[in-house]
Design a protein around this ligand. Sequence first.
Ligand SMILES: Cc1cc2nc3c(=O)[nH]c(=O)nc-3n(C[C@H](O)[C@H](O)[C@H](O)COP(=O)(O)OP(=O)(O)OC[C@H]3O[C@@H](n4cnc5c(N)ncnc54)[C@H](O)[C@@H]3O)c2cc1C
Ligand code: SF4
Length: 408
Amino acid sequence: MSEIKQTLAAVQAEAKRCLYCVDAPCQQGCPAGVDVAQFIRHLRYADVQSAKRVIKTANPLGGICGTLCPSENLCQKNCTMNYCDAPIHIRDLQKFACANAAFRPELAPANGKKVAVVGAGPAGLGCAAILARLGYEVDVFEKGSAAAGVVAKEIPAERIDAAVVENDLAELAADTIRFHYNAPVDAARLEELSRTYDAVFVGAGLAQDRISGVDIAEGAPVVGCSQYLADLKSGATPSVSGTVLVVGGGDSAIDAVCASLTAGAEKAVLAYRRSRAEMPACDEEFFSAADKGVELMYMVSPVAIAKTAEGAAVTFVRNRLVEKPGEARKGFEAVPGSEFTLNVSRVVFAIGKKADTTLVAGKVDPDTLRVEGTNCFAGGDWLSGGATVVKAVGEGKKAARAIDAMLK
Ligand SMILES: Cc1cc2nc3c(=O)[nH]c(=O)nc-3n(C[C@H](O)[C@H](O)[C@H](O)COP(=O)(O)OP(=O)(O)OC[C@H]3O[C@@H](n4cnc5c(N)ncnc54)[C@H](O)[C@@H]3O)c2cc1C
Ligand code: SF4
């Protein structure tokens, strides 16, 4: 997907292509509910300030989403212009507006009620921002030392500028939101928070990398994707060398394989068990990885990892696709006798993450995100099992509205 040049003239020219559709299919494709036609109209007349106000009123992390949103699957997928030309470059327009104007949210007078938020990721921040605007006192408890969750900790700096994250954080209504860092919350502490606060929102994300289905020798250099990306980003792993193998086919796998090249790997190989057609990674990320020289292996699964002097010897089997009755996505099965071995310096598993399900007990109502029979609410990746920044923000907002309705 080509980017529009980030100049006001180019942005205005792009905004002029918009049809300002009355039914706003683009807005329906935005999990944060940004009034897309409205902000594009402001940009058309060079009113960047108003455009930013429209975006940030609906999406407190509008700057981050203007950079990271997989818009080809969201607002832009729904754009009416798809039927006659290219879709409007909505994400780029949002990025421009957020980078070129300031925003200060309007805050209602304090209402004397307080809410605790567990996790300062996109879901927690979305919830905290909306509650603060409604006059709630908000305490955010974050187990790490910084806000923005995966965006700050794991997503490589070459994909998200730290200044964009800082700007969104500064515009959150930070005077009224108290952040408590290095403050992990477990089930007992959550119980205490639910007694001392009027409501609690849990946006704890996904805590643990999955590493499974493979026989791994003790001491073999195997790491989960989140840990790997976080270590590269924090400098705990300053560089890598040799051939890095990443197992997986989603956007995190693409980040890990690209980050390996940036960190010094001579070769970075992505191994995926099905074909490109089944791969979850979006086209934009996939083609950018291919352009960087990442090597791709399709239809293979690792079955055993042995420790070697240089790193690891990974035994793979080749797969073939099989139709699965009643399922659109094809399954796969191993081809007998197809084993082969690849020598690598380290293996990164990017096959998903697990939520800490011990934190919240009980069923979550999908309409309100309220945990049945409690004053706790939950959302974001913790609930969905892994989605997008904008979906997490949308769920944080949804919970904030439900909390407000409960406490009114
Ligand atoms: C490598 C990678 C790349 C991605 N790329 C994109 C992308 O390009 N575009 C996109 O839209 N999405 C992307 N995503 C997905 C996106 O980052 C997530 O969907 C989003 O961050 C989810 O937000 P969240 O708030 O639910 O969880 P998180 O971002 O995980 O935040 C949860 C926060 O809670 C804290 N926490 C956890 N447990 C506790 C506890 N017990 N007590 C206190 N605090 C706790 C964590 O430290 C963290 O700060 C990517 C994800 C990964 C892993
Ligand atoms: S669907 Fe496309 S053309 Fe219509 S208002 Fe939205 S961005 Fe503009």
